[in-house]
Write a protein that binds this ligand. Structure first.
Ligand code: ATP
Length: 255
């Protein structure tokens, strides 16, 4: 298999709990790939292995031609992997703009705090970063909220800020951990359109976790189904929808 992202027999355990069990699949450049599966299936663990938060016990990962068994999150950011989190890991007392700038902190010479407090060693870098942050906020419809403190924003907008922070560095691969969690159908529809636009305009390949199967089957071009850390199905949405194992284990039980 050749893809922008390839997993080869990746396994991960936590004190006897097999979170990932010899998992292999490939994500082609330009795809929107959805990971689905019941609670505890290993979806978040998988994202954590890909971006270096966890180290796999076995197997390896190939990203953009580079093979690794373990990697530091800083290195994955440099390689072009961006990430959002299931529970927003935003700086709640900072502004939208400052949070988006934080997405560039691993990409410059000056530290995040130096940039925020304008003490940057590198003024040109700070101006370049600000311009990128403004472009990203504008693309995601956050420009009118740039100066607002994140904790004052509605939840749906906070999820969008999290996406802007992951997107600002122009990642080749975006890992989105439940970007629509806690949203109503209208908000989910809006977020789906945003993700499609990000994929189309920025060209970022997307791997996302989402529990709403209806949304997934409409948004994704590729679906991987996990169950107890194993791969249950892997294919186009229409194939996965008809897979009897998936219907028995998962689709039959959820909305
Ligand atoms: N840091 C950890 N320490 C111990 N066990 C963990 C840890 N992270 C995950 N696990 C366990 O690994 C398994 C897979 O968990 P994971 O969170 O990856 O599943 P998930 O599919 O993302 O679930 P959910 O849909 O509920 O977020 C579960 O049994 C979980 O309890």
């Amino acid at each position: 298999m050749t893809g922008l992202l390839e997993l080869h027999d990746v396994s991960l355990s936590f004190k006897g709990v097999r979170a990932l069990n010899a998992l292999s699949f490939s994500v082609a450049k330009g795809e929107i790939c959805a990971l689905i599966g019941p609670n505890g299936a290993g979806k978040s663990s998988l994202l954590n292995v890909i971006n270096g938060v966890y180290r796999a016990d076995a197997g390896d990962i190939v990203f953009d031609g580079l093979r690794f068994e373990a990697i530091h999150p800083q290195k994955t950011a440099h390689l072009g992997i961006g990430r959002t989190f299931q529970h927003n890991a935003l700086f709640r007392r900072l502004s939208v703009r400052e949070n988006v700038l934080a997405g560039l902190s691993r990409h410059g010479n000056a530290s995040f705090l130096e940039n925020i407090f304008r003490l940057g060693r590198d003024g040109a870098e700070r101006l370049g970063f600000l311009a990128r942050a403004e472009r990203t906020m504008s693309f995601l419809g956050l420009d009118h909220h740039a100066g607002k403190i994140v904790s004052t924003l509605p939840y749906g907008l906070q999820k969008r800020v999290d996406l802007a922070r992951a997107l600002v560095a122009g990642p080749k691969l975006l890992l989105l951990d439940e970007p629509m969690a806690g949203m109503n159908q209208e908000e989910k529809g809006a977020m789906s359109r945003v993700i499609r636009e990000v994929n189309r305009v920025f060209g970022s390949t997307v791997v996302l976790i989402e529990h709403d199967v209806g949304i997934v089957l409409n948004l994704a071009s590729h679906v991987v189904v996990l169950d107890y850390g194993r791969k249950l199905a892997d294919g186009a949405p229409d194939e996965v929808r008809k897979n009897p194992d998936v219907i028995a284990a998962y689709l039959g039980m959820v909305h």
